[in-house]
Design a protein around this ligand. Structure first.
Ligand SMILES: Cc1cc2nc3c(=O)[nH]c(=O)nc-3n(C[C@H](O)[C@H](O)[C@H](O)COP(=O)(O)OP(=O)(O)OC[C@H]3O[C@@H](n4cnc5c(N)ncnc54)[C@H](O)[C@@H]3O)c2cc1C
Length: 358
């Protein structure tokens, strides 16, 4: 996406000139394409700000073809800065506030990061790369997660982090979107460009690859197990030199065990190798996972740009919001606010906006 600049495009200026001027607050006709987590937050935020919104998705069933359906839905702005840019942390913290205001099922119970005694140097390394944690020992780990008592002697606790159960959260957002008056159409493939009097917010994830040249897919495999023998209260990340995993409690005994990060857009089912690695690490976290029932196994493909940072790409009457990579749940609310601000005032956040010259 090189060579882009942060100015309103000629096409957008022309269109807005015909529709009462550009940067004044007005009700716009907006089509949001894609009802994954990105499009859901865009549709809800923009409808609540008074725009006339319709939401389209090609899937017959809600979330049937969305990468979002595979997410752990951790909201981990600090843990994710282990590898990624500070913008992930900053927008992520904003998003947690928006999740809390919007979705009553948002759980703010922090994240626990641990490793076996043999791998404790992994914890030290993770600590050096991140912030927002408290270093804790075995007693504190046992207080936070009684089922892990006596099993781990050192860890990091990121108290401000949060998580949601993804399908419950998306279902909730969809209901709120309908309540906000959005016209929702599933089973509707988007092929057309924007009509003269509308703008399109394109949130098609990998479905927009033909238009976004450097968008790629990153495969993530995960398992969902159910057990009554262990109940975690927050995401637990288990560090290991080769096979770090996380376990996210979704309630009702369900735990998501994830996730692989493979440079591939292969959407086929989880491999035996990956399942063995994930289950082996979960078993090392607590042997009770050995008795858990596997209730689902699958692989989703995350849409990502080369730098793994999302982009809001403005092209005439179309705004692409894409490349949310491992951070769709973490970043979608904050990105929706940025798009709303752009539509209202022309404000451009240079950390994520790219505006194509026309
Ligand atoms: C295993 C795994 C674990 C993850 N864990 C986390 C996590 O813990 N926290 C986190 O924040 N993120 C996590 N993620 C990342 C997150 O899932 C992605 O960032 C997110 O799903 C991207 O959402 P999206 O809405 O942009 O794309 P998608 O969810 O793929 O949605 C795109 C939608 O567009 C629709 N579409 C495509 N083409 C068309 C068309 N032509 N017409 C109409 N509709 C169309 C599709 O049907 C789809 O519904 C994880 C991902 C995976 C795979």
């Amino acid at each position: 996406m090189g060579g882009w600049r942060a100015v309103p495009t000629r096409a957008a200026r022309a269109w807005h000139a015909e529709t009462d001027g550009f940067w004044c607050m007005q009700t716009r006709n907006l089509t949001v394409v894609g009802a994954g987590i990105t499009g859901l937050w865009q549709a809800l935020t923009l409808a609540r700000k008074g725009h006339r919104v319709r939401l389209l998705d090609r899937s017959q069933e809600p979330f049937g073809t969305a990468a979002s359906a595979y997410a752990g839905a951790m909201l981990g702005p600090f843990c994710e800065t282990e590898v990624y840019a500070p913008v992930i942390r900053d927008l992520g913290l904003t998003s947690i506030g928006l999740w809390r205001q919007t979705f009553p099922g948002t759980v703010v119970a922090g994240t626990l990061v641990i490793a076996s005694a043999r791998d404790r140097s992994e914890v030290d390394h993770f600590a050096r790369l991140t912030e927002g944690y408290e270093r804790i020992g075995g007693d504190a780990i046992a207080r936070l997660e009684p089922d892990l008592a006596g099993r781990f002697s050192t860890g990091l606790f990121y108290a401000q982090e949060a998580h949601v159960a993804p399908l419950a959260a998306m279902q909730f957002l969809l209901e709120e979107i309908k309540r906000a008056g959005v016209n929702v159409a599933f089973g509707t493939e988007w092929r057309d460009g924007a009509a003269k009097d509308e703008m399109v917010i394109d949130c098609r994830g990998l479905g927009a690859r033909a238009e976004l040249a450097d968008l790629r897919g990153v495969r993530g495999e995960r398992l969902i197990v159910r057990t009554r023998e262990i109940g975690l209260h927050r995401p637990v990340r288990v560090l290991h030199p080769r096979h770090s995993i996380y376990v996210v409690p979704w309630g009702d005994g369900r735990h998501m065990i994830g996730a692989t990060v493979i440079e591939s857009d292969d959407m086929s089912p989880i491999t035996v190798r990956s399942a063995l690695e994930l289950l082996g690490m979960a078993y090392a976290l607590h042997p009770a996972f050995g008795e858990a029932q596997i209730v689902d196994a699958g692989a989703g493909v995350r849409p990502a740009f080369a730098d793994n940072v999302p982009k809001v790409a403005v092209r005439g009457q179309t705004i692409h919001v894409n490349g949310l990579y491992r951070h769709g749940f973490l970043l979608a609310p904050a990105l929706a606010e940025l798009v709303a601000a752009y539509l209202e005032t022309g404000a451009i956040d240079n950390r994520v906006f790219v505006v194509e010259p026309s």
